[in-house]
Ligand binder design. Structure first.
Ligand code: 5GP
Ligand code: ZN
Length: 153
């Protein structure tokens, strides 16, 4: 898509440090890493949301992300890795081309997720939340699944 920095990276119009590429996905170093080696795995097709990425491509993103994590363990001697994906501005998505972060982690690397732990008021409250989600779960793409693609400028 025109004016998408990640589409431009795939097209070679913006330089990137490539780690892997196949017919479905492209993986490259994040320009402002959480830790050195932090990588992004993106679908070659432009999708704003991961929810509209076809299953084969989404599966490849996850597989490549996981194997990059293993390569980081071996090559960078990290102790683990995070796979992270932000979908939507409120969730922290800045670049509107779906992408999976692969972040190598070391003991004492100084990075902490701000992960809070709420408590459900009651079993009924928990069941109600589950049902609200369950009744809308559809595994095929539906209109309105994802935010509209940005208009071409
Ligand atoms: P988001 O916050 O949308 O989940 O993550 C976007 C990521 O893309 C950020 O971590 C940011 O550093 C990275 N990024 C943004 N622009 C570029 C770029 O031009 N090149 C590379 N390699 N990474 C970028
Ligand atoms: Zn794009």
């Amino acid at each position: 898509m025109k004016n998408c920095i990640f589409c431009k990276i795939i097209a070679g119009e913006i330089p990137s440090v490539k780690l892997y590429e196949d017919e479905l996905v492209y993986a490259f170093l994040d320009i402002s890493p959480i830790n050195f080696g932090h990588t992004l795995v993106i679908p070659k097709e432009h999708h704003t949301s991961v929810a509209t990425v076809p299953e084969t491509i989404a599966g490849r993103m996850f597989r490549v992300g996981s194997r990059l994590g293993v390569a980081m363990r071996r090559g960078l001697d990290c102790d683990g890795f995070n796979l992270h994906l932000s979908d939507g501005t409120v969730a922290g998505q800045v670049v509107m081309h779906a992408h999976l972060h692969v972040v190598p982690r070391w003991t004492d690397d100084g990075f902490h997720w701000n992960w809070r732990q709420l408590k459900y008021e009651s079993d009924d409250a928990r069941a109600e939340i589950a049902e609200k989600i369950r009744k809308h779960l559809k595994l095929d793409n539906q209109p309105g699944d994802a935010p509209a693609e940005e208009p071409e400028v």
